[in-house]
Design a protein around this ligand. Structure first.
Ligand code: PGA
Length: 937
């Protein structure tokens, strides 16, 4: 399989060479393993679809290719699918390698041509615009950036396959380090071929659903294996850049990057995330971190052989050694005997001993936590360890060992400050309705008939009850039903986890589908029942954790400011916030609001909600922390994070940002050190920039918010009319997409739907976007905007287009929205989509008309977007992406055609059980298309 890349750009030469090499390897293995026949069919399809892309009007060729595909037996079809899927994995790998190559090249030439979005670029802009050093220092002090890894089921490939591909990435680097023809290069090439051969014989897709523990392991691989090293590097990088641009100024860069995780904590719609599973996830995180800290202690001990023959250590360290000798006499004596004149090694031996001792308190089950004595030797908190390391730091500096202090010791101190003993801080998430049901059951057993209460009565009762000391829940949970027991146990487990692992191991409790203040109060009441929320005699709140409403429908986003205002006015709620430092975290759901109202409406509703939430919290004297629940694809709020942050309403970032990172995005962004550094850099630089050099505000031109609101309303009507009100739409979705397949893909530990049912409301946002991505319509990324733009333009005067153009140029919100929609329109392909309709929907008149409407709306959207962007072609300003999409398309086409043919065969089985090989081939088509589009959905 030869090179698919454009040959115009010489910087791409190494990429082309990699793709050619990997493609040749694959071609050889395909012939050896699958036989010349399979290779010939694969080549016929590849050449044919390429020719068809070049001349889409060649109907005879199109018909011939379709016949060839339809005639393939399942086994051959599976072979072809595997060949293309593997090919895309190799191309993706080569593109990733190219990205790393370019990042490294830039790093080798600091100062010149800083990459867009880099820290160097933003700090240079600060210096050029005269931003004072003190303003940067103030910002650094309050800076908080928290990417949160989730186990959202959007990674189509198995961990095993990803690991093989990761190994290939190492080998590509090795190959490149040696000249062509050299023995070392030949060895690397042979190893690469061996892995591709192995991959050919490996199952690409899951034969069983991953368990929560599998997902936890996957997350830990990124935290312990990549981010633990990447985060301190980024902090150091920022410090160096600031020093370069502000000579003579000191910038102590604190540990502002904290990783979060939902893996093992997100129980919304996932019955497998039990209290035990969460406990095991916490335990695994702590164990992994301990290993890394002990390894750091060992490495430092190997370095710090300074002897008292040559140095004098300050009193502070001498005292610490004396305390060690008193508290741990045997250990201290042992360490002293081993390294009699080497105080650092003696001290590090005790530090290591104390780290190891922490394990004693970590029981296997949360229910045992009560009985476990606290470990006396172990560190009570990461802050204690940090204090010990600070003593070493001061001591080293006192005898001018600054290089060591600034080198490995500083890295470790940063790791301790950033990751503590927990690694990633775990959030919990549950659907608000689940808590309400559990509380109603508890109250029902107490004889309270809460069904008679209206919303106001419920809210008032909850508010009053919150500070009450009388428990509502029986100590023994046996009388409650299983679901209530599990909910109540979750809160008890949280209390146990805070006791055993420390409060910093847990982040927030997120409430999906929050619709009222009562949802938040209910969760707080259950936290009180679990023993987490506690009041002092004087009414002060002495223990609590953040309860975070997640607003994720258009209506709830509009209600959000009012809901928060009511909560802020409640004294008990305010007291709980005071205990949290007067910070309110609010989560915004991008995917579900998009599915509910379409991209234009959801984007504007999110923007407005943020502005108003900022106002409401400002009035109440509370700092707002926004948590952005974005997916990977545009239809789920994705798109480049850097631009997204710069397009947030001014003032809403203010140095604080929490955002989700999920599914296949985690591997893309954090799979390797240089990629992780770059991803963190892009987010950090955007937060710095939007905090100190905010972009244009909507109110800067009073017309913009009016236009956006008008567009949003128009788009909403267009979207709802089709998606929610059209009686045949659900039927169309079921037929024209592979939605029925997705549940069986076993992509994650959670089921595809929250509850049974076939309505669009019950469908989760991930399979919704996933399904539309596979058939190339990608509706969630554009539907509604075309009608809105054209309707608005027609309703306005002749200058309408110019006004929209100005808004697209100067209003970051609109610019980013259009750029994301433009990218989706370019990835969507109505010619392929029409094959899905022809092959799978049939000629049901209603559905055909519906499809014609979608096609027309797509054409309209492209025309309108091009008009507003003043372009003649999509992605005119993003040639690399345009080339990449164009180069991939002819290879994705056969996968789409095969999927259509196989789906038709599968559905024709009706009630009969389809052959397992058919289902396997279909699954392969899904992961192949996902790999080809570099996006599951
Ligand atoms: P959720 O995620 O269904 O878990 O809320 C939605 C998404 O990320 O798209």
């Amino acid at each position: 399989m030869p090179d698919q890349q454009d040959t115009t750009d010489t910087r791409l030469a190494p990429l082309r060479e990699d793709i050619r090499f990997l493609g040749d390897c694959l071609g050889t293995i395909l012939t050896e393993q699958g036989g010349a026949g399979l290779f010939a069919i694969e080549e016929e399809l590849r050449r044919g679809f390429k020719a068809l892309r070049a001349d889409p009007e060649d109907r005879a060729l199109g018909a011939r290719l379709e016949r060839t595909v339809a005639d393939l037996d399942t086994e051959t079809a599976a072979g072809v699918l595997r060949a293309f899927t593997l090919y895309f994995q190799l191309v993706n790998l080569a593109e990733q390698h190219q990205r790393i190559r370019r990042l490294n090249a830039r790093e080798d030439r600091p100062g010149e041509d800083p990459a867009p979005g880099s820290l160097a670029a933003v700090v240079a802009r600060f210096a050029a615009r005269g931003v004072p050093a003190s303003a940067i220092r103030d910002l650094l002090e309050q800076l908080e950036i928290e990417p949160v890894l989730t186990a959202h089921p959007t990674e189509a490939l198995r961990r095993t396959v990803l690991e093989h591909v990761g190994h290939l990435a190492d080998l590509l680097e090795r190959r490149e380090a040696h000249p062509p023809g050299s023995p070392a290069r030949r060895r690397a090439e042979a190893d690469i071929a061996a892995i591709i051969e192995g991959l050919w014989q490996t199952d690409e897709v899951h034969q069983r659903a991953p368990t929560v523990q599998d997902e936890v392991r996957n997350g830990l691989f990124h935290i312990e294996g990549v981010l633990f090293d990447a985060v301190p590097e980024l902090l150091q990088g920022l410090e160096d850049i600031l020093a370069r641009h502000y000579p003579g100024e000191a910038f102590p860069v604190p540990a502002f990057l904290r990783m979060g995780t939902w893996i093992g904590g997100d129980r919304d719609g996932n019955p497998n995330v039990t209290p035990e599973a969460t406990w095991q996830a916490l335990l695994a995180g702590h164990r992994g971190m301990l290993q890394r800290h002990m390894a750091a202690a060992d490495a430092l001990s190997a370095d710090l052989s300074q002897s008292t023959n040559w140095i004098r250590i300050p009193e502070e360290l001498q005292e610490a050694l004396a305390v060690d000798a008193r508290l741990w006499p045997e250990r201290a004596a042992e360490a002293h005997d081993r390294n009699p004149l080497e105080p650092y090694r003696q001290r590090l031996a005790i530090i290591r001993h104390r780290l190891l001792a922490m394990r004693a308190a970590w029981c296997d089950s949360w229910q045992d936590a009560e009985r476990m004595p606290a470990s006396r030797a172990g560190y009570a908190s990461a802050a204690d360890l940090l204090q010990d390391l600070d003593v070493l730091d001061r001591s080293l500096r006192s005898h001018r060992s600054t290089r060591v202090a600034d080198g490995p010791l500083r890295t470790w101190r940063r790791q301790v400050a950033s990751f503590g003993f927990h690694g990633a801080r775990m959030d919990l998430r549950q659907h608000a309705g689940n808590h309400q049901r559990a509380l109603d059951t508890v109250l029902g057993r107490l004889g309270l008939d809460v069904r008679a209460w209206d919303a106001g009565a419920r809210e008032a009762w909850l508010e009053g009850e919150l500070t009450n000391r009388r428990p509502l829940v029986a100590r023994d949970l046996a009388p409650y039903d299983a679901s209530t027991r599990e909910t109540l146990d979750t809160f008890r487990m949280v209390a146990a986890a805070r006791r055993v692992f420390g409060p910093e191991a847990l982040g927030s409790f997120v409430l999906s589908m929050t619709t009222s203040p009562a949802d938040v109060l209910t969760a707080l009441l259950l936290l009180r029942e679990g023993g987490v929320l506690q009041w002092a005699e004087d009414g002060a709140c002495v223990s609590t954790m953040p309860v975070v409403p997640l607003f994720e429908t258009i209506a709830d986003l509009a209600e959000a400011p009012g809901i928060m205002r009511r909560l802020f006015a409640m004294p008990a709620y305010r007291a709980h916030l005071r205990a949290l430092g007067d910070v309110q975290e609010v989560m915004l759901g991008y995917s579900d609001s998009n599915k509910d109202g379409g991209i234009m409406t959801s984007s504007w509703a999110l923007y407005r909600a943020q502005q108003e939430l900022l106002e409401v919290s400002g009035e109440a004297g509370i700092r707002l922390k926004l948590f952005h629940g974005r997916g990977g694809s545009v239809g789920r709020g994705g798109g480049p994070s850097h631009l997204a942050i710069l397009a947030q309403p001014p003032g809403t970032v203010g140095g604080r940002l929490k955002l989700t990172e999920q599914g296949e995005v985690i591997g893309h962004k954090y799979g390797r050190g240089p990629l992780a550094r770059r991803s963190l850099e892009l987010v950090t630089s955007a937060v710095l920039e939007s905090s100190l050099l905010p972009g244009a505000e909507a109110s800067e031109n009073p017309e913009w918010p009016r236009i956006a609101a008008d567009l949003s309303e128009r788009a909403h009507i267009a979207y709802r009319t089709l998606v929610h009100d059209h009686p045949a739409f659900a039927d169309f979705l079921g037929r024209a997409t592979p939605l029925d397949l997705l549940g069986g893909l076993r992509l994650g530990s959670r089921p595809a739907r929250r509850q049974a049912g076939s309505d669009i409301g019950a469908l989760r946002a991930i399979p919704w976007v996933f399904a539309w991505t596979q058939n190339r319509m990608i509706l969630p990324g554009w539907l509604g905007l075309g009608t809105a733009l054209s309707g608005w333009r027609k309703a306005q005067g002749p200058d309408a287009t110019e006004r929209l153009r100005q808004m697209a140029r100067d209003f970051p919100f609109f610019r980013t929205l259009l750029s994301n929609v433009e990218m989706t329109l370019a990835k969507a392909d109505m010619a392929i989509a029409s094959r899905y309709v022809a092959g799978l929907v049939g000629s049901v008149p209603d559905l055909v008309v519906l499809w014609q409407g979608i096609e027309a709306e797509y054409r309209l959207t492209v025309a309108e977007v091009l008009l507003v962007l003043n372009q003649t072609e999509l992605l005119e300003q993003a040639p690399t992406l345009r080339r990449s999409i164009a180069a991939r398309n002819p290879y994705v086409d056969p996968l789409n055609h095969l999927q259509i043919a196989l789906l038709a065969r599968w559905r024709a089985c009706g009630e009969a059980t389809p052959p397992p090989a058919l289902l396997d081939a279909l699954k392969l088509s899904v992961s192949g298309i996902a790999a080809g589009l570099r996006n599951t959905g």
